[in-house]
Design a protein around this ligand. Structure first.
Ligand code: NI
Length: 390
């Protein structure tokens, strides 16, 4: 049976490639996925589905393959948006939308889930539970598309959720994941340090925001090292420091920006509280003021143990050997799939699509990013197998 699914997926190779290349050539930014959604809905109708479009007013699409009422549904999710990047791959199906590019593989995600839709239609009689397919917009920027999908009923009646992210960091044929906290929670950090400017030769008449902000940058290094247990991963990075205009003027203000990554909600709250306290107290000690803005971001993505076990069993069913399954460390990147995991047991996996021969080795969000299209059939089969169970 397992071999049959993979064979059926392999027979879809040309179709999968054509879906992916169409979406790749016509990328749309987060929240603007109108044509991508229309294309996906059209293909779903051609496969015999009745997609629900414009979920909660977005370009999201929900499709339910209904086989029974007395068991929770299984949900499969693909994201469909692209990035503000000018493509430099040189492929013949490159972006025709200037400055916009599918540089994270979401074109592949949509194609794989369309492939799963085709496979599940064919293997419908084998389904033990109903299946909902989630084509989700707006993953690449906060507040994300997942909350809208959930508000629009994506997880109503759902017992577990699976997501696949294609990866140019893993060779084609490999799969990577981990149980527990897998991808980081994110908060942005902005600190405006207000002092009192004046002549650089008379610092005693000024409150120097550069010296103050410098001490804040240094003091922030103690938040993780002194307030968080060594066993808990967390990052506070100051990434921008802007102040001053010339050599003989002490400016009024300095501006700091940065990012905070954590993998536990309690740790997140502690870090956010300490960052604010430290910045404000150091500024006060210098006679200045620190105005701290902590921007919201995606929560931590947590993989449920039992659901991830089923994901790995499905992977083996579609021919991914144990030796090809990587137990990954927590990843510093963020994903709005995290929201689904807060509502239902969820598992998110990376599917390898890196190939030297096919030049798909550039990192995600790089202008030369590409995926090995051989992974598409495997991804489609894997999605279908998640739904079918093992
Ligand atoms: Ni992505």
């Amino acid at each position: 049976m397992a071999g049959e699914l993979l064979q059926d997926a392999a027979a879809l190779r040309e179709q999968l490639r054509s879906w992916r290349r169409h979406l790749h050539a016509h990328p749309e930014l987060s929240g603007q996925e109108e044509k991508s959604a229309a294309f996906i809905a059209r293909e779903l109708r051609a496969l015999g589905y009745s997609p629900v479009e414009r979920v909660n007013g977005t370009h999201g699409i929900l499709v339910t393959l209904h086989v029974r009422d007395d068991a929770p549904l299984v949900a499969l999710r693909a994201d469909i948006d692209a990035l503000p990047i000018t493509e430099e791959t040189g492929v013949e199906y490159a972006s025709t939308n200037p400055g916009v590019m599918h540089a994270c593989g979401h074109d592949a995600h949509a194609a794989m889930l369309l492939g799963a839709a085709a496979l599940l239609q064919k293997h419908r009689a084998r389904l033990k539970r109903s299946v909902r397919l989630l084509f989700q917009p707006h993953e690449e920027s906060y507040p994300g598309g997942a909350p809208d999908m959930i508000a629009g009923g994506a997880l109503d009646g759902v017992g577990e959720v699976f997501g696949i992210h294609i990866s140019s960091m893993l060779p084609t044929g490999q799969l990577g994941t981990r149980v527990g906290p897998f991808m980081a929670a994110v908060n942005s950090l902005e600190i405006r340090v207000v002092g009192r400017g004046g002549h650089a030769a008379m610092p005693n008449l000024c409150i120097d925001p550069i010296v103050t902000a410098s001490q804040i940058v240094t003091a922030l290094q103690t938040v993780v090292s002194r307030s968080i247990a060594p066993s808990e991963p967390a990052v506070v990075s100051v990434t921008q420091f802007h102040a001053g205009t010339t050599h003989n003027v002490i400016p009024n203000e300095a501006a700091l920006n940065g990012t905070i990554r954590t993998f536990d909600e309690g740790v997140r709250q502690t870090v956010l509280t300490r960052v604010r306290e430290v910045a404000e107290a150091v500024a006060r000690g210098c006679g200045a003021e620190a105005h701290v803005t902590l921007g919201p971001g995606y929560p931590v993505l947590v993989n449920d143990a039992a659901t991830t076990e089923r994901a790995l069993a499905a992977a083996r069913q579609v021919g991914i050997q144990d030796a090809q399954i990587q137990q990954l460390a927590p990843q510093g990147g963020a994903e709005d799939f995290a929201y689904y995991g807060r509502k239902a047991p969820a598992s998110f996996v990376f599917l390898g699509a890196a190939s030297e021969a096919k030049q798909s080795v550039y990192p995600h969000h790089h202008p030369k990013f590409n995926v090995d299209e051989d992974a598409l059939a495997q991804g489609a089969a894997l999605h279908a197998q998640f739904a079918l169970g093992t």
